[in-house]
Write a new protein. Structure first.
Length: 304
């Protein structure tokens, strides 16, 4: 179990709890489909409030809730009175009387924090503009499967270093003892104040040199350069981030056995070359599968 009531960022857990979540995700993966697989959500209902499009987050949570014995209720923002002006606080205080937990996928992180502040049941961040903690549990699980360890591995994150994924990776690396190098152009680097607050055995460095970022890296990670809400900046982003594309030439600067991660959706020929995404270095499809097991671990540990 987690000491925290809510799971909004990886700052809500400590190093031991994060390691336990990853281990639990792997155990649940091994138990999947067996008669003895646990059903801790039996007779529990979990609401899913989504204001952003979703493939992996929605499906993995819905399947995971079902496999843990619970019932999921998908609530699009346009299906709630929230979409007509009801306050976040009023919505939270009503829904927590019906539900045993809530997953929220939204644009503004502050809105999820406001909902959680008024909720007596656990709230899980399914993605906001600042953090994507459940993805990182799956990412660390994938690294552990591949490398046999997490602490001490080196990860290069390339592209938009100010994104929700880069923020989440910085916190995760600090907690898990990872050597993280964020390679991003000036103007798209993580907030220095956020980095200064990190506390843990890991190390986070930032550079605008993609070659320096991937040097001797065990894993290279990337994400879309134009996330939802930034479409008007697409031209500028694609131009300035072109040198950070994960391709065979850049991977040649990493370790010989380097593996590639991408949280999807991917745009071949932009942030990642097709031959890399679909090639033997890619762990992307295992990583996507692990979203299911990571989500189940969070639900199991959080919802009493």
């Amino acid at each position: 179990m987690l000491k925290t009531r809510h799971f909004l960022t990886l700052r809500d857990v400590d190093s031991d709890e994060l390691a336990a979540l990853v281990n639990l995700a792997q155990t649940l993966k091994q138990q999947r489909g067996s008669p003895d697989s646990p059903r801790p959500l039996a007779n529990k209902s979990i609401g899913m409030i989504f204001s952003k499009a979703s493939t992996r987050t929605r499906v993995s949570f819905e399947v995971g809730i079902h496999e843990l014995g619970g019932q999921s209720m998908f609530l699009g923002i346009d299906q709630l009175q929230l979409g007509r002006g009801e306050t976040v606080a009023d919505t939270a205080m009503v829904l927590c009387r019906y539900l045993h937990g809530v997953v929220i996928r939204s644009h503004e992180h502050e809105g999820v924090e406001a909902f959680a502040a008024c909720s007596s049941v656990p709230v899980i961040n399914g993605l906001t503009d600042r953090y994507h903690p459940c993805q990182l549990v799956a990412d660390l699980q994938t690294i552990a499967e591949s490398a046999g360890r997490i602490a001490g591995v080196s990860v290069a994150y390339l592209g938009d270093g100010a994104s929700n994924m880069a923020n989440s990776w910085a916190v995760a690396a600090s907690l898990a003892g990872v050597d993280l190098r964020i390679g991003a152009p000036v103007g798209y680097q993580p907030d220095a104040a956020m980095l200064e607050k990190l506390a843990g055995p890991g190390r986070v460095t930032v550079t605008d040199d993609p070659v320096a970022a991937v040097a001797d890296a065990d894993f290279v990670y990337t994400d879309v350069w134009v996330s939802m809400g930034f479409e008007e900046e697409a031209g500028d982003r694609l131009a300035v981030m072109a040198p950070y594309q994960v391709n065979e030439a850049l991977l040649g600067q990493a370790t010989p056995g380097v593996k590639v991660l991408h949280c999807l959706p991917a745009y071949r020929g932009k942030e990642i070359a097709a031959e890399v995404l679909d090639g033997p270095r890619s762990l992307v499809w295992d990583q996507a599968e692990n979203r299911l097991h990571a989500q189940k671990a969070v639900l199991t540990a959080l919802i009493r």
